[in-house]
Design a protein around this ligand. Structure first.
Ligand SMILES: NC(=O)c1ccc[n+]([C@@H]2O[C@H](COP(=O)([O-])OP(=O)(O)OC[C@H]3O[C@@H](n4cnc5c(N)ncnc54)[C@H](O)[C@@H]3O)[C@@H](O)[C@H]2O)c1
Ligand SMILES: [Zn+2]
Length: 376
């Protein structure tokens, strides 16, 4: 069973990946907390609990307290955190309480933030249930909620005690969610791990059909990338920025479509293609490698089409939270598995790259029009 360490100046913990983790949860929590007392509180959504509560509870002699939040990004708000904190307080939660975030990235980010601020900070464990949460959001200690003014504008760094990623739960994940999460794995391959990239090229059918062995391998390799990058740069002062590959235009696409038409991973996929176009035009990557990457991204589609002009998307990038003092940092691949961060991408360059991504999108076979609601 892959166990991947995260070692940062403020915390060290393991990400464990494998089958059947849920049913051994309680002994694992006891081991993590050694002789310290702990009282578990599960934070989850009714949908996830309906699917997976049985194995989750199998190893508990006494049922933990379960707190529910409806699923969906629209609930990732301060008001949800306050309501959960209130419920914790009335259930007698104290500094010995241990929060268990059991859900996708939305629940994980919120539970982490709640753990960061409840009684000035308590312990929590991430038990991610989406592919995106297993390979990305549960690792690295970034927690937070959205404001109406923008996503993730309130939050803190607060690492979990452990991440327990049970790959069995991916079996119930809607196909579109699986594919969108796999785009973050492709990203990990592009920026850091040529071997993962090749594995995803050569085993696309098995991975996309949810073959457990193939998925476990992809999750483990992607986690290794994130864990390694976060261990080297906890607070995103340098290297961690490479995780934002494809996210500049990706975030702009999400904003332009009001976060309603595309899943995050799908927007990042189009954004990655735009970033590749910048790199290919600058010749920092060969056209051959750029094409090969684009093909892999499209192979893990279908990616939904959307309506937005290049001008609008580029204008939206200036609002990107990752900009510092108005300077836009851009992550560009130099080869498969390697990147560089540049700060001098000009607006005309970005416009041209976005325009050719949009042209490709228009030529691309249309993905079936499904609403985000159906995908969930
Ligand atoms: N903290 C970080 O570093 C970080 C990194 C990337 C993304 N994020 C955040 O992650 C969030 C997105 O996370 P997400 O993509 O996991 O979305 P999500 O949490 O909204 O989950 C997607 C949907 O899948 C359902 N679901 C979850 N697990 C399931 C399962 N096993 N079977 C069936 N259905 C299941 C959920 O109920 C939900 O409807 C965003 O808010 C984003 O900001 C955070
Ligand atoms: Zn992302």
């Amino acid at each position: 069973m892959p166990v991947i360490p995260v070692n940062t100046p403020s915390a060290s913990y393991d990400v464990t990946i494998g089958s059947n983790l849920l049913s051994t949860l309680h002994p694992r929590l006891r081991k993590l907390n050694r002789d310290k007392p702990f009282r578990p509180f599960v934070i989850t959504s009714p949908e996830i609990w309906a699917l997976w509560s049985k194995p989750f509870l199998a190893s508990f002699k006494e049922s933990p307290t379960i707190l529910f939040l409806p699923s969906g990004e629209s609930h990732k708000r301060m008001s949800s955190v306050e309501s959960l904190a209130q419920q914790l307080a009335t259930s007698g939660a104290d500094r010995d309480s241990l929060l268990l975030a059991f859900g996708g990235g939305v629940l994980g980010d919120m539970t982490g933030f709640l753990a960061a601020i409840y009684m000035r900070g308590i312990r929590y464990v991430q038990i991610p249930t989406t592919l995106l949460a297993q390979v990305d959001s549960s690792i690295g200690g970034k927690t937070g909620v959205n404001l109406l003014a923008g996503k993730n504008l309130i939050g803190s760094f607060h690492h979990p005690q452990a991440v327990l990623a049970d790959t069995d739960v991916l079996a119930t994940l809607p196909a579109a969610q699986l594919r969108a999460g796999l785009q973050e794995s492709i990203k990990a391959g592009i920026i850091y791990d040529a071997k993962l990239f090749r594995y995803m090229e050569q085993n696309a059918d098995a991975i996309l059909s949810g073959d457990p062995a193939a998925l476990t391998r992809v999750v483990a390799a992607s986690v290794r990338v994130k864990a390694d990058v976060v261990s080297k740069d906890e607070k995103e002062s340098g290297l961690r920025m490479i995780l934002n590959f494809g996210h500049t235009i990706g975030h702009a696409i999400e904003a332009a479509t009001n976060y309603k038409q595309l899943l995050h991973g799908e927007a990042v996929a189009w954004g990655s293609i735009a970033a590749l176009n910048v790199a290919a035009a600058r010749k920092t990557i060969t056209q051959k490698d750029a094409d090969r990457i684009t093909q892999l991204i499209l192979r893990y589609g279908p990616l939904p089409k959307f309506k937005a002009t290049a001008e609008k998307l580029v204008a939206l990038t200036s609002r990107d939270k990752k900009n510092r003092s108005g300077i836009r940092s851009f992550v560009l691949p130099t080869a498969i598995g390697e990147t560089e961060i540049v700060r001098n991408v000009t607006e005309p360059e970005l416009l041209a790259a976005t325009e050719s991504m949009l042209t490709l999108m228009r030529q691309h076979t249309a993905a079936p029009r499904i609403s985000k609601k159906q995908m969930r």
